[in-house]
Design a protein around this ligand. Structure first.
Ligand code: HEM
Ligand code: HEM
Length: 127
């Protein structure tokens, strides 16, 4: 497996573990205040990171490039900003970190849009 894809899958699995642990805690306590934290940790952490892993495994010519490492690093950073940001917002403390995390998340997705377009172009001579 490509190193970058492996990083994505290990991250995704850790996020899934944490997201499920939070889900079980919410279910057991009947306190659903953090439902959006659980939802986004699972969907941005587990699902999106796993999709990035599949993409980079399918496009190793892009996975080896610096822009791919920048994207995965940025996607990771945005999860680490957005998830605690949503928690703080839902607990009524501050929306600041959620706002910063939201912009980081959409910017990292913008980078991924560019990467998906580049992947086709640079793969054009390959089978
Ligand atoms: C051990 C596994 C899990 C447990 C115990 C669990 C538990 C929960 C609970 C208690 C809620 C709150 C429901 C509510 O507030 O109405 C919830 C919501 C949610 N969960 Fe999980 N969950 C688990 C795994 C997952 C996974 C793997 C995903 C995604 C891949 C996921 C996605 C969601 C989403 C999107 C919501 C929000 C649904 C809505 O807004 O109605 N959950 N979960
Ligand atoms: C910039 C990134 C994102 C931002 C700022 C954002 C923001 C939000 C907000 C404000 C809500 C409403 C929460 C509430 O009712 O309290 C929400 C709900 C939800 N979002 Fe996102 N979202 C983002 C990305 C995503 C992505 C990438 C997915 C799926 C792959 C997703 C799936 C969901 C789902 C399933 C819900 C309903 C779950 C719930 O009730 O908490 N979101 N989102």
């Amino acid at each position: 497996m490509h190193k970058l894809a492996h990083f994505c899958f290990v991250s995704a699995a850790v996020y899934a573990f944490l997201g499920m642990a939070l889900g079980i805690t919410m279910a057991a306590s009947h306190d659903h205040t953090l439902t959006p934290v659980h939802a986004h940790l699972n969907l941005l952490g587990w699902v999106s990171m796993a999709i990035f892993g599949l993409f980079y495994q399918a496009a190793p010519h892009i996975a080896g490039r610096r822009i791919a490492r920048i994207h995965v690093g940025f996607a990771t950073l945005s999860i680490w900003l957005l998830i605690p940001g949503i928690a703080l917002a839902n607990l009524g403390m501050t929306e600041g970190l959620a706002i910063i995390g939201s912009f980081a998340t959409i910017l990292s997705m913008g980078l991924f849009v560019a990467i998906t377009l580049m992947a086709r172009k640079s793969n054009v001579t390959e089978k």
